[in-house]
Write a protein that binds this ligand. Structure first.
Ligand SMILES: Cc1ncc(COP(=O)(O)O)c(C=O)c1O
Length: 413
């Protein structure tokens, strides 16, 4: 039995399930959960297995490795790879029965050859560039590509899709993109190409442009409780993810004392400073850093008005102070009434989910209680002893049973 800590991510499986129910109630389209970037930091395998249990028809990932990981843990529903493959990646995709996004004739030929060699039908979705200008083929080439795919006996064109560039800001541009896809759809229908899955919307368009739902919506952020746009009245999404760590040191510092590397912060009063064992090595406080003078000036201005990173203790927020280091960060605990007694106390840390290291254990809760843990690439059963969380390693079969039990017994059992 091993102790879990000092740092862990708590994932609320009930909240993910409830968000899926909320989203399903708002559309007739199939929901295709996007589980790229380790399921937006929620852990790819447990989240994938959980969503499969929830009856989703399709999952979407970024790359072949993520698709293979899902297959290896027992996910059998179709998995769509969103990023176009290089030819070297195609054999793995075919071997693991993954659905491939195609945007080049070369990839179509490679997949057709592999399908024939393995005597296996390879499902593909054609991606149309309607305005993002990142990946996809021009709308006017779509029919030619579809005909090329139809000529290959081991390829099956299952879907056609596009991706919106600005659905959280610009409804006009999003409508134009949608219309370009719908024009392709009309041309396909006129040519007798029917029974395909047409899809375009991600989370933002799901809410801002319901007519873009088509047959399928690819939803990441909203499923995990986050949105950049307003929700329809009465709809609410639940938070699914929290990062916790424990305070490992507390000390008094005098007014004017510098704290951490480069003396980036000096105490503005006599203070109590706590230390937490997370830093940029764990993906905490990490932002891309291309040198761009304008961006640096803007972020300096934003820092002046925005609250710095915070940690929460018993519902109250305390600021991170000084430079976030590789494995340690400092918190100003001066306002806490028992600041000097906080060593070992768990605190909730505000962090960006997708940058937080996959090494940090994930504790999955059902009915508000730890039900399953994913740590060191293994599954563990939680054991609470003297209010502390310990874990015993279990097989993937047991992990699946724990997830299945939640669905069978219902979350209120
Ligand atoms: C092609 C594609 N579709 C859908 C999504 C999901 O987007 P969101 O998280 O806004 O739902 C993504 C995510 O980046 C994506 O790349």
């Amino acid at each position: 039995m091993e102790w879990i800590g000092p740092t862990w991510v708590e994932v609320d499986l009930d909240a993910i399930g409830n968000n899926l129910t909320t989203l399903r109630a708002l559309t007739k389209a199939h929901i295709c959960p996007v589980v790229k970037a380790d399921a937006y930091g929620h852990g790819l395998t447990v989240t994938g297995l959980f969503l499969q249990q929830q009856g989703v028809r399709l999952l979407a990932v970024s790359d072949v490795d993520e698709g293979v990981t899902l297959r290896q843990c027992g996910v059998t529903v179709p998995v769509l790879i969103l990023t176009p493959l290089l030819p070297q990646q195609a054999p793995q995709a075919v071997l693991h029965n993954l659905t491939v996004t195609v945007t080049s004739k070369e990839l179509i030929c490679t997949l057709a050859g592999l399908g024939q060699a393995c005597r296996r039908i390879v499902k593909v979705h054609l991606k149309i560039n309607t305005g993002m200008n990142r990946v996809g083929i021009p709308p006017e080439s779509a029919l030619e590509y579809a005909r090329l795919i139809a000529e290959c006996p081991y390829l099956m064109l299952e879907g056609v899709y596009t991706h919106f560039a600005d659905a959280d800001h610009n409804n006009g541009f999003t409508r134009k993109q949608l219309q370009r896809l719908l024009d392709v759809k009309s041309a396909f229908t006129s040519s007798g190409l029917e029974n395909l899955l047409w899809h375009a919307a991600g989370s933002s368009a799901f809410f801002t442009l319901p007519e873009s739902h088509l047959d399928l919506v690819r939803i990441g952020s909203a499923l995990f409780g986050q949105t950049r746009v307003g929700l329809p009245s009465g709809a609410a999404l639940e938070n699914t993810w929290n990062l916790y760590t424990r305070i490992v040191q507390v000390q008094r510092v005098a007014k004017g004392a510098p704290i951490g590397y480069n003396q980036r912060y000096t105490a503005r009063r006599d203070s109590v400073i706590g230390v937490i064992p997370v830093g940029y090595g764990d993906g905490f406080g990490v932002f891309p850093d291309n040198f761009d003078l304008w961006r640096h000036l803007r972020s300096a201005l934003v820092k002046l008005v925005r609250k710095p990173h915070q940690v929460s203790i018993d519902g109250c927020d305390y600021p991170i102070v000084g430079k976030i280091a590789m494995g340690l960060s400092c918190v100003d605990l001066t306002e806490h009434p028992r600041a000097l007694e906080l060593i070992g106390v768990p605190v909730r840390v505000q962090a960006r989910r997708t940058t937080i290291s996959r090494r940090i254990p994930k504790v999955y809760t059902i009915n508000g209680k730890p039900a399953l843990i994913y740590r060191h690439c293994c599954y563990w059963r939680p054991v609470v002893k003297n209010s502390e969380l310990y874990a015993i390693a279990v097989s993937v079969k047991t992990a699946k049973e724990i997830i299945e039990r939640r669905n069978r017994d219902g979350q209120d059992s």
